[in-house]
Design a protein around this ligand. Structure first.
Ligand SMILES: Nc1ncnc2c1ncn2[C@@H]1O[C@H](COP(=O)(O)OP(=O)(O)OP(=O)(O)O)[C@@H](O)[C@H]1O
Ligand SMILES: [Mg+2]
Length: 236
């Protein structure tokens, strides 16, 4: 990672995120001109992540202890690999995956973006790609002028990947099954951390994704169920 001038992160509503990590609100503003300092890595990583977070979720915070524990595991693994490689910064490369389950509107996407924002301020470099499953299939459909294999590699090789709304298709097709299998098998074999959300229950998910994908997901992911009502109704 190159040294970049410090970003002005004022107004980014970072205090609650930093507090969640037990850090002082001014911690991230420290400019010590060390490109590898945790603060510089956090500013860079946060600015990158903020560009991926949709406006609606810009201030999202995670409230789930399981997501916090997942972030801690990713940070711990990144630091261990940094030591082993004698690398100047810690980067998330390997780690477990997580599957957030819950009905419509319980807050899955909110929690996912909250986790992405919180991981960004840990001082560990975390580079995400984000997509919904439906957008992924649309992006990969073979069409004129598009190299869908190159497009596929973009998601397949992502350091961290958020796949929102997995298994939302009532009628899986051969094409969506193949994309699911190739993506999940690749990331499963390489321990590439992936955050999935789905509003299908466990049985429906198996019907929609098939046994081979579900079996891999079971081994690679911790499953976290979010209970509750549709928050959009309450908000309305
Ligand atoms: N912990 C929270 N605090 C405040 N608002 C929240 C929280 N969780 C969710 N919300 C809000 O509730 C609404 C629904 O949340 P979200 O979009 O994450 O639901 P979802 O489970 O992803 O739904 P769907 O299955 O339809 O995608 C959003 O407006 C979101 O901002
Ligand atoms: Mg959602």
């Amino acid at each position: 990672m190159q040294y970049i001038p410090p970003n002005n992160l004022r107004g980014a509503n970072l205090a609650p995120l930093l507090a969640a990590r037990g850090l002082d609100p001014d911690w991230i503003q420290l400019h010590d001109f060390d490109p590898h300092s945790p603060q510089n890595v956090a500013r860079y990583t946060y600015a990158e992540a903020a560009g991926l977070v949709p406006f609606h979720y810009r201030a999202a915070l995670t409230s789930l202890p399981e997501l916090r524990a997942w972030i801690d595991t990713l940070v711990g693994t990144a630091k261990q690999e940094q030591d082993e490689r004698n690398s100047p910064i810690a980067s998330v490369i390997h780690g477990p995956s997580l599957l957030l389950l819950g009905q419509t509107g319980v807050g899955k996407t909110h929690e996912a973006y909250g986790a992405m924002r919180e991981l960004a301020v840990t001082g560990v470099y975390a580079q995400w790609q984000v997509t919904t499953a439906a957008d992924l299939y649309a992006a990969l459909r073979p069409r004129h002028g598009i190299d869908s294999e190159a497009e596929f590699r973009h998601y397949r090789d992502a350091r961290l990947l958020l796949v929102d709304d997995l298994g939302a298709e009532r009628k899986p097709t051969e094409f969506t099954e193949e994309v699911n299998f190739r993506l999940i098998n690749y990331r499963y074999e390489r321990h590439l951390p992936t955050l999935f959300t789905s509003n299908a229950d466990a049985g429906t998910l198996r019907d929609r994704l098939g046994d081979r994908v579900t079996s891999r997901l079971r081994e690679m992911c911790q499953r976290v169920a979010i209970k509750g009502n549709d928050r959009r109704r309450t908000a309305a």
